[in-house]
Ligand binder design. Structure first.
Ligand SMILES: C[S@@+](CC[C@H](N)C(=O)[O-])C[C@H]1O[C@@H](n2cnc3c(N)ncnc32)[C@H](O)[C@@H]1O
Length: 276
């Protein structure tokens, strides 16, 4: 079979399972199976695949059809125009989180002084690394309760040559983070236990997704604890699901003098920013 023939067959097969992005997924996975860049496929539509290549590609397409995220199959994901290693130990960095990072970078760039930033629940390290990459005055301390996630974050910190300005520690929320911070960032789990989710989401670690019966438990703990970990004039940026915006707003109203909500590119209430 040629490149164009396997692409047509694979995208038709994937379309039955998940119509959105089937052709793109088929191309990304074929590029992975052949060790090519995706764009190179377009120059080689008539190339014949070897038996080994076909077996490798069929394996990837089978896993994709069962719901494995493409990022786990290819081993990396772009976020904030930076490339991150991802494995099934971490949440796949999500474009919805970019609004939080953009706000954090804007706040850091408003200051001429060095900024102490924390990233609570760092996962792959994508927030901590992107903030440090785009705000050269930021030094970031990042925590996660999962040692396996921190292994991935450690490799991503090295990949982006930020070991001097991004420090990782294992622990619950702020437990392993030293001192106070000018800016606290967090994308903690916020899905309600028992929520019905697509296979692509449930393939990701439960610890990165679920937070109590209504999904608000960890975000509320974070907001309540945050003031004790902020320097004077500091701010908290926490990613939320629109379903918990009321609970998060009430908690922020109790813990801080002010809060505001930022929407993501899809128009959903996505980040709560709080300060006193
Ligand atoms: C939704 S994922 C987000 C990962 C990453 N920040 C991102 O935006 O892609 C949440 C992360 O929080 C971590 N986590 C869960 N409970 C935690 C806790 N109590 N303290 C610290 N980290 C926690 C999980 O292991 C997971 O890596």
């Amino acid at each position: 079979m040629t490149v164009i023939e396997v692409l047509k067959a694979a995208s038709g097969h994937l379309q039955k399972h998940s119509p959105e992005g089937a052709r793109l997924d088929a191309e990304v996975l074929l590029a992975k199976a052949l060790g090519l860049r995706r764009l190179d496929l377009y120059l080689q539509f008539d190339r014949l695949l070897s038996d080994d290549e076909l077996v490798r590609y069929r394996g990837l397409i089978k896993r994709r059809a069962h719901g494995d995220p493409v990022a786990y199959l290819v081993g990396h994901k772009e976020f904030m125009a930076l490339d991150f290693e991802v494995t099934p130990a971490v949440l796949v960095p999500n474009p919805d989180t970019e609004v939080l990072v953009q706000r954090a970078v804007a706040l850091a760039r408003q200051s001429a002084e060095p900024m102490r930033v924390a990233d609570v629940g760092t996962g792959s390290g994508c927030i901590a690394i992107a903030v440090a990459h785009y705000a050269s005055n930021a030094e970031v301390w990042a925590s996660d309760i999962s040692a396996e996630a921190l292994d991935v974050a450690t490799r991503n910190v090295a990949r982006h040559e930020l070991a001097g300005r991004v420090h990782l520690a294992c622990g619950d929320l702020f437990d392993s983070l030293p001192g106070t911070f000018d800016l606290l960032c967090a994308n903690l789990p916020y899905v309600a236990a028992g929520a019905r989710l697509p296979a692509e989401v449930t393939a990701q670690p439960a610890r990165a997704l679920f937070a109590g019966q209504d999904g608000a438990a960890l975000v509320l703990r974070l907001i309540e604890a945050a003031p004790a970990h902020l320097s004077s004039g500091g701010r908290l940026l926490a990613e939320i699901d629109p379903a918990i915006v009321v609970a998060a707003g009430e908690a922020a109203g109790r813990a801080f003098a002010h809060y505001t909500i930022h929407r993501d590119l899809g128009g959903h209430e996505r980040v709560i920013e709080s300060w006193s």
